[in-house]
Design a protein around this ligand. Structure first.
Ligand code: FAD
Length: 278
């Protein structure tokens, strides 16, 4: 395996103890197959979801996993973020995925922080270099962005505020990623931008989610998935071919690692990993 590359997996906090037990099993399976550099845990805005992120991070840490909690600033106060940072430092966490977060549906929006660059700056001011800070990147542009140029400019601000590296929204068009990397080079930004990889295991869920987050599913993929909608084995096999081939090409083109959106399942990520022969 290329020691310079960072391979990681993302989990979301389970709602129940049964879900948590299952997740710890998924983590064991992934550890056996690919030994990721870290597991990231997503963060939901609002009190109860926040607690579930903390619980999940704590349980994974008790299991000695390297964990990178996501931390989002929408709807959070400076004090709440300070408490989270203290909690994570006490637990030996040294990496954060730092985000603005999705606007809650109830309309409560920005509070003391408006954008992810504000949060990166705050974390650096409060904790110096104690965390490796990851931020989000959007090769196909963030759905709320005014223009491609402004979206990239705001990405740059997050790096200038002190982020060390980035993880992208998932994409199936490799050219979108390569174009983003070209723009980083032209702007003299040499930070690692790790592709986010969404395994394909389901048709309707993927379409709905992609439409929301602005990830394009190319027509040739969408049409084939639609045709396999009621044939889960063929859909899984096709999805595996598409995503393993995308990952292979990304690594050949110099991607500094891969971040798998596992959706708390090990099978697809483990199969893709085996195909990469790393
Ligand atoms: P920002 O970088 O703040 O950008 C948001 C929008 O504002 C963009 O359109 C940008 O162009 C614009 N913008 C940025 N800075 C400025 C500025 N200074 N002035 C004016 N406009 C600006 N969501 C969750 O709720 N929980 C999670 O755990 C989570 N994990 C994620 C992990 C990854 C790797 C990715 C790619 C996304 C994740 N998301 C998560 C989704 C993310 O929170 C949403 O995409 C959110 O809408 C934007 O977050 P951001 O950090 O990219 O925001």
């Amino acid at each position: 395996m290329d020691a310079d590359k960072t391979f990681s997996c993302e989990f979301f906090p389970p709602k129940t103890e049964t879900g948590m037990e299952k997740l710890l099993g998924v983590r064991n399976e992934l550890d056996t197959v690919m030994q990721p550099a870290f597991y990231s845990v997503t963060f939901g805005a609002g009190g109860s979801n926040r607690d579930k992120t903390l619980d999940t991070v704590d349980r994974l840490r008790e299991d000695n996993a390297a964990v990178a909690p996501h931390i989002s600033c929408i709807g959070s106060t400076r004090d709440q973020i300070r408490q989270l940072l203290d909690h994570y430092l006490e637990r030996g966490v040294s990496r954060l995925v730092t985000l603005r977060g999705d606007m809650p549906e109830d309309g409560t929006g920005a509070n003391e922080f408006k954008h992810a660059n504000d949060l990166v700056e705050f974390i650096r001011t409060e904790t110096g270099d104690r965390f490796h800070i990851e931020v989000a990147a959007y090769p196909e542009y963030h759905p709320e962005s005014a223009t491609p140029a402004s979206d990239f400019e705001y990405f740059k601000r997050k790096i200038e505020a002190g982020a060390n590296s980035a993880i992208t929204q998932y994409f199936y068009n490799i050219d979108a990623y390569l174009n983003f990397i070209d723009k980083c080079h032209q702007a003299n930004m040499d930070i690692p931008v790790v592709p986010g990889v969404m395994p394909i295991t389901n048709y309707s869920g993927l379409v709905r989610f992609s439409d929301n987050c602005g990830a394009d599913i190319p027509r040739w993929i969408r049409k084939q998935l639609e045709a396999y909608e009621n044939d889960t084995d063929s859909l899984f096999a096709f999805g595996l071919d598409v995503v393993a081939s995308l990952c292979t090409r990304l690594l050949e083109q110099g991607a500094p690692g891969l971040h798998f959106y596992t959706l708390n399942q090990s099978r697809a990520t483990a199969e893709i990993w085996r195909r990469l022969n790393l």
